[in-house]
Design a protein around this ligand. Structure first.
Ligand SMILES: NC(=O)c1ccc[n+]([C@@H]2O[C@H](COP(=O)([O-])OP(=O)(O)OC[C@H]3O[C@@H](n4cnc5c(N)ncnc54)[C@H](OP(=O)(O)O)[C@@H]3O)[C@@H](O)[C@H]2O)c1
Length: 355
């Protein structure tokens, strides 16, 4: 799948990988399932690292090679690389919500460490594409989207763990051609995260806004992200030991950067409604709701979508990022406008009975 390229920014020459197989971690997750479908469409031989507890019906019927293991287990990763003979590894496995900072660190930082170490141990190391997050970089000013070279200032345990994952990948950069993609909010069919924003509008006609002040957001549709991941594998700039800040890192996002109010209006239109009523919740109340979410999570022993860590992000300011580097270096751009993508997603939720 990957051509013979000299990566921009001066990395080692990546030899032709056209016929080489691909290994995907996190393949049973929201983004992973879309990536696997796309790789199969492209005729790639796909192997997936899954856990014994992962829901794998779709992957199994797609005919991919399933390898059981935990991403934090370096030996299991080594076996997965051997079994798959992967020339490209897409590392997506991670926790987007957790009961505590330790869990985030173990999987989101420790997982990258073990994947990168196992890849670097190979006689012929694969290209590694790590899916990080805008949360690793931190919030932006309302009028200035983040760029890759900005100093990271994560505000959540999730963001700190994703940044630690990036730093773990950088430790292997001398041996391993690695690119990092930092998506903002990812949405699309099968996503339970943004479903939490669609639901109150679909059911009650309200859009809940935490706190006050103008804040803007970047979003990306999962299909556009998947194309970006493929481009990053194919011809992305690679991390470089001692490289300039942001070297080997890409943001990718839809052109529009709506405010909370504009996003609510766009979601309402996507759902076939005229508008949504904005319900502002004051910061202290939102924090209290987050603490209740934490308590519920501890009782259920399963983290919920509303928790203190997500609230810390929600109250931190704007979350925008510039795709200029991905556009100019990779030729990446979203295939459809945000409004159309939101409409398609709303339709999918309806058909799936999720709304
Ligand atoms: N969704 C977003 O808005 C967003 C935005 C920015 C970045 N990201 C990043 O994108 C990646 C994928 O996110 P997603 O939304 O697809 O998340 P998801 O639906 O929760 O999927 C997470 C995947 O990681 C796997 N996983 C978790 N812990 C693992 C472990 N210890 N060993 C092996 N596999 C493990 C899960 O396997 P099981 O099926 O067994 O649980 C699942 O396949 C994550 O790294 C996330 O941080 C997501």
């Amino acid at each position: 799948m990957v051509g013979d390229h000299e990566p921009p920014g001066g990395g080692t020459r990546i030899k032709a990988r056209a016929a080489q197989p691909v290994l995907v971690t996190g393949a049973s997750g929201f983004i992973g399932r879309h990536l696997v479908r796309r790789m199969i469409e492209r005729g790639c031989r796909v192997s997936c690292l899954v856990r014994a507890s992962s829901r794998i019906d779709e992957l199994r019927s797609a005919g991919v090679q399933l390898i059981t293991g935990d991403v934090t287990d370096r030996a299991a990763m080594g076996s997965a690389l051997e079994a798959s003979q992967a020339g490209v590894v897409f590392h997506l496995a991670g926790l987007v919500k957790a009961l505590g900072e330790d869990d985030f660190a173990r999987v989101n930082a420790g997982g990258v460490e073990s994947v990168a170490a196992a890849c670097a141990d190979r006689a012929d190391p694969p290209v590694l594409v790590v899916v990080s997050s805008l949360a690793a970089a931190g919030p932006s000013a309302v009028d200035r989207p983040r760029v890759e070279g900005d100093w990271p200032t994560p505000v959540s345990a999730y963001g700190r763990s994703k940044l630690a994952g990036e730093q773990a990948a950088a430790r292997y950069a001398a041996k391993l051609p690695t690119s990092i993609v930092r998506p903002p909010i990812v949405f699309g069919p099968g996503d339970r995260g943004t479903l939490q924003m669609f639901r109150p509008i679909a059911r009650l006609g309200i859009h809940v806004v935490p706190g006050w002040g103008e804040r803007r957001f970047s979003l990306i549709h999962v299909t556009d992200l998947v194309e970006g991941l493929l481009l990053a594998a194919e011809k992305g700039e690679r991390l470089h030991p001692g490289g300039a800040p942001g070297q080997g890192v890409y943001f990718m996002a839809a052109q529009d950067e709506p405010t909370y109010a504009q996003l609510g209006a766009a979601l309402a239109i996507a759902l076939g409604k005229k508008s949504a009523t904005l319900v502002h919740l004051p910061g202290p109340l939102v924090r209290l709701v987050g603490l209740c979410g934490d308590a519920m999570g501890r009782i259920r022993r399963r983290p919920g979508w509303v928790n203190s860590d997500k609230i810390a992000e929600a109250l931190a300011g704007s979350w925008t990022c510039s795709s200029l580097k991905a556009r100019t270096q990779l030729g990446w751009s979203p295939a459809a406008a945000l409004a159309q993508r939101l409409r398609e997603t709303a339709q999918w939720y309806r058909q799936a009975g999720w709304l």
